[in-house]
Design a protein around this ligand. Structure first.
Ligand code: DGP
Length: 113
């Protein structure tokens, strides 16, 4: 989508601090970190939110979780991290391109606010 900031990051049109990249997934540091480690994982193709996950694209979503586990292991926080996706404005989604927040480096409360 031409006006989507995460599509532009995926295309390299807007710079990001990349953590991981392959043909279908990009991981990069969040601009506004909510934990000592705060990485965003996105599909390179535009999917608007978790509400748009279907049998056709769920393999890609599974791959994103594999990448999250790989990053957690490589960065040494596999014993404690949180993966979150905000879906819809009432849940705090500000960028309308599916993304998973990978957070680590501090304790997290439950339930989330
Ligand atoms: P959410 O509120 O769940 O839609 O999360 C969007 C996140 O994206 C938020 O934590 C800030 C981050 N973000 C927004 N614009 C940019 C950007 O241009 N670069 C990076 N690295 N992060 C961004």
């Amino acid at each position: 989508m031409s006006d989507c900031i995460f599509c532009k990051i995926a295309a390299g049109e807007i710079p990001s601090r990349k953590v991981y990249e392959d043909e279908t997934v990009l991981a990069f540091y969040d601009l506004d970190p909510q934990a000592p480690e705060h990485i965003l994982l996105i599909p390179k193709t535009h999917i608007a939110s978790a509400a748009e996950i279907t049998p056709q694209n769920s393999g890609l979503v599974a791959h994103i979780f594999e990448v999250a586990a790989e990053i957690a292991a490589q960065k040494g926080f596999a014993d404690g991290f949180r993966v979150v996706t905000n879906c819809g404005e009432s849940a705090g989604q500000s960028v309308k391109h599916l993304h998973f927040h990978l957070l680590a480096g501090r304790d997290f409360t439950w339930p989330p606010g």
